[in-house]
Design a protein around this ligand. Structure first.
Ligand code: HEM
Length: 506
């Protein structure tokens, strides 16, 4: 005899089995229904093609299926748009979010949840304390660049007549060291500049570059197992704690005046850290609380990362392109002498931000290197809603990336010789290396365009001047290679260079 209880148990079990089977299907159908219709076409491109020949791969797909395509990379779908939609994507901030997109692509999702105002704070800081004080900043760091150039010169034995064999160095070692010291001076102040701390700054910049995925394309784990890779890389941030301790000690030692930061930041004479100390000091207690300290360290490390790594890589691009094109070396050398009148050196106080701004030929050369170095997926946004664009609808929460090569190398924008490198192309056009628009955006575009670009270009000019004031750069084997064609801004070209004094060359 079947009891009532066993019937009800069986019914309940059957109910749960049906629920288990039908439930997910129901949810899946609902999700499918709520997905926007008219999605852009999904184009399958082999990952090897994307990583080795990104320009050809994406341009061919957009040419065939554009103006918006969906492509899977590193286990996620990304929407790539052609040049006709670049301006719309990079400047319509309420639909295409810079903050969400950057946090997503740099693996900073949880960090952004913790420090919600991070991007606004850092943007404000760079605008007010660096960009607005460029003359003071250049005055402070010019001797650093000249000192490193002079050390490099000595290291390579360029001046020794008896040097038997040519010595070479990696350009990145030189640019990374010089820029790390310059940024340590600007951000942390002169008291902080000693060999141990400089090494820490270099390491922090490198470690954060690893954590944020800048080397992910060149790592086997990064491309094949992106999630495992992300988890692992967060564990390398050991030097971060080192630096935080140093910043903590400095903040506890000093007394800060909170009015200075609010009155007129551009008049402020101290370091970025001093400025933050003033800004976050509690007016009543005169001390810096623990949450303020966390915000300060996050901002300091954020600026170290944003300012050191990319600028050092791009400076290598400029140096190596200059080494490959001897026809520009004498012209830039002459321009330097025309502006400064005397040799540019550590003791030459005549070099100022104004002098750097007068260097129109060098500025044009830098802009042309930035335009032609091969940017592809460089600037991104994340959709905040389902967005109609280019005849399709991109769903909420996806990365949208304009293909930079289509704008930077466009014959429509830059004339029939757009593919050709012309270092003097921009002289007298009013377009400087820092002037961005939809035809040229290595520093991004719109509200979030890089606030540190004036400093980045000034630093690159100082690096070039430090070298061409008395020597010419030459590359080993006359060439360099590109380790990561999909990330040319953050991963420097690979190669070795030497310096030859001007008077040694016929
Ligand atoms: C050659 C060197 C550099 C390159 C190529 C570069 C490029 C960029 C790009 C592409 C963006 C995103 C813009 C967008 O999506 O519209 C950006 C943002 C940013 N950059 Fe740079 N950058 C460089 C140097 C610097 C330096 C030296 C600093 C600091 C002193 C800096 C600070 C920032 C900050 C704070 C942001 C976040 C956006 C914002 O606050 O508006 N960058 N940069």
């Amino acid at each position: 005899m079947i009891s009532l209880t066993s019937v009800s148990v069986e019914l309940t079990t059957a109910f749960f089995i049906v629920l288990l089977l039908v439930g997910p299907m129901f949810l899946w159908l609902r999700k499918l229904e709520s997905r926007p219709k008219n999605l852009p076409p999904v184009i399958k491109i082999a990952e090897a093609e994307l990583f080795k020949r990104p320009r050809e791969a994406y341009e061919t797909a957009l040419g065939k299926y554009g103006p918006v395509i969906a492509v899977k990379r590193k286990g996620r779908v990304e929407y790539i748009v052609d040049s006709s939609l670049t301006h719309q994507v990079l400047t319509t901030n309420h639909l295409f979010s810079f903050e969400e997109g950057t946090a997503f692509i740099l693996n900073l999702y949880y960090f952004k949840k913790l420090f919600t105002a991070f991007f606004v704070d850092i943007d404000d800081l760079v605008h007010n304390v660096i960009a607005a004080r460029m003359p003071l900043v250049v005055e402070q760091v010019f001797p650093v660049f000249m000192k490193h150039a002079s050390n490099l010169f000595d290291e390579l034995h360029c001046l020794r007549e008896d040097a038997q064999e040519t010595r070479y160095v990696h350009g990145l070692d030189h640019t990374h060291k010089s820029i790390s010291e310059a940024m340590a001076l600007i951000i942390l102040g002169p008291d902080f500049v000693n060999p141990t701390n400089l090494l820490a700054v270099e390491k922090v910049a490198h470690d954060i570059a690893v954590v944020t995925g800048l080397y992910q394309n060149t790592s086997w784990w990064g491309t094949n197992y992106p999630d495992v890779w992300r988890l692992f890389t967060w564990s390398v941030l050991v030097h971060y704690w080192d630096s935080r301790l140093q910043i903590w000690r400095k903040l506890r030692k000093e007394t800060y005046d909170s009015d200075i930061a609010t009155d007129s930041p551009e008049q402020f004479k101290g370091s970025v850290l001093d400025f933050l100390g003033c800004k976050f000091t509690n007016r009543t207690s005169g001390r810096i609380g623990f949450s303020a300290y966390l915000r300060i360290t996050a901002l300091v490390l954020g600026i170290v990362f944003a300012s050191v790594h990319q600028t050092a890589s791009v400076a290598v691009w400029v140096l190596y392109e200059l080494a490959m094109r001897p026809e520009y070396q004498s012209a830039l050398h002459e321009e330097l002498f025309d502006i400064c009148g005397v040799a540019c050196s550590v003791d030459n106080a005549n070099v100022s931000y104004e002098s750097l701004q007068k260097a129109a030929r060098l500025d044009s050369f830098i802009r042309e290197v930035l335009r032609t170095k091969g940017d592809t997926l460089s600037t991104c946004r994340l959709t905040t809603a389902s967005v109609p664009i280019g005849g399709y609808v991109i769903p909420k929460g996806f990365l949208v990336i304009p293909l930079a090569s289509l704008s930077h190398m466009s014959t429509q924008y830059h004339g029939p010789d757009a593919e050709k490198f012309d270092g003097a192309r921009w002289v007298g056009t009013g377009k400087q290396a820092v002037t961005v628009n939809h035809t040229y955006f290595p520093f991004g575009l719109g509200r979030w365009a890089c606030p540190g670009r004036a400093l980045a270009v000034a630093e690159i000019k100082m690096i070039v001047w430090g070298i061409i004031c008395c020597s010419k750069p030459i590359l080993k084997g006359g060439m360099y290679t590109v380790p990561d064609p999909l990330n040319v801004t953050s991963v420097a070209p690979s190669g070795e260079m030497t310096l030859v004094p001007f008077n040694y060359i016929a």
